[in-house]
Design a protein around this ligand. Structure first.
Ligand SMILES: [Ca+2]
Ligand SMILES: [Ca+2]
Length: 207
């Protein structure tokens, strides 16, 4: 038996339908690209705004630490033998700054110096106060240095045990941005920024 042939549309109508289907699918793809581009552009904008806000919040940089002994008689001594090496007996103060990410900044040692009149350490590269976990004062010794006291920067001046710590700060945009990129949130935001930016560029080329 011969098969029944399917009814065919006029060739002009078939051609028109093919054209309409192709145009519809192209428009759908383009509008999808546009939606994706808009979303990613919003992510880029939100990343920039949050970066600026967080950097501004963390822009206070620690530049100097001044330590003053409240009672000079209570300062540690390397030895208590009278008349022998009296100068060497004076403490060898060392200041360490600990950051939240575990980094340790050694501000150096002041050998054989009393802190009764105040000793000042400057930071070559100021760090954001928000990144500082604590500041430690210790007496350096050849074998094991003894921690005297450790404080957190809760204000411009903090007292602990026999010592007063004064913190000098300055506001700086670059310190704020450096601090932003140190934080886990900053790393996530900057990652999202670059991915979204690449997608926006790809969308611009594709549309
Ligand atoms: Ca000493
Ligand atoms: Ca010492």
């Amino acid at each position: 038996m011969r098969g029944v042939s399917q009814p065919r549309l006029h060739p002009a109508i078939e051609f028109r339908m093919d054209q309409l289907t192709t145009t519809d699918s192209t428009d759908a793809v383009k509008s999808l690209w546009r939606v994706m581009m808009t979303i990613c552009a919003c992510v880029v904008l939100a990343s920039i705004l949050s970066c600026l806000a967080i950097a501004e919040f963390r822009s206070s940089g620690l530049t100097r630490v001044t330590v003053t002994a409240i009672d000079a008689a209570a300062e540690p001594k390397d030895h208590s033998i009278p008349l022998i090496k009296r100068k060497d007996a004076l403490p060898d103060y060392e200041v360490l700054v600990f950051l939240n990410d575990g980094e340790r900044i050694d501000l150096g040692t002041r050998p054989n110096s009393s802190a009764a009149d105040g000793l000042t350490w400057a930071l070559n590269d100021p760090v954001s106060v928000s990144d500082v976990a604590g500041v430690r004062l210790q007496d350096q010794d050849k074998l094991v240095s003894d921690a005297i006291t450790e404080v957190q920067i809760t204000g411009p001046s903090v007292s602990s045990d026999n010592y007063t710590f004064e913190f000098t700060t300055e506001r700086s945009a670059s310190i704020g941005f450096q601090s932003f990129f140190r934080t886990p949130v900053g790393k996530v935001i900057s990652g999202a920024f670059f991915i979204a930016l690449v997608v926006v560029i790809v969308c611009l080329v594709a549309i």
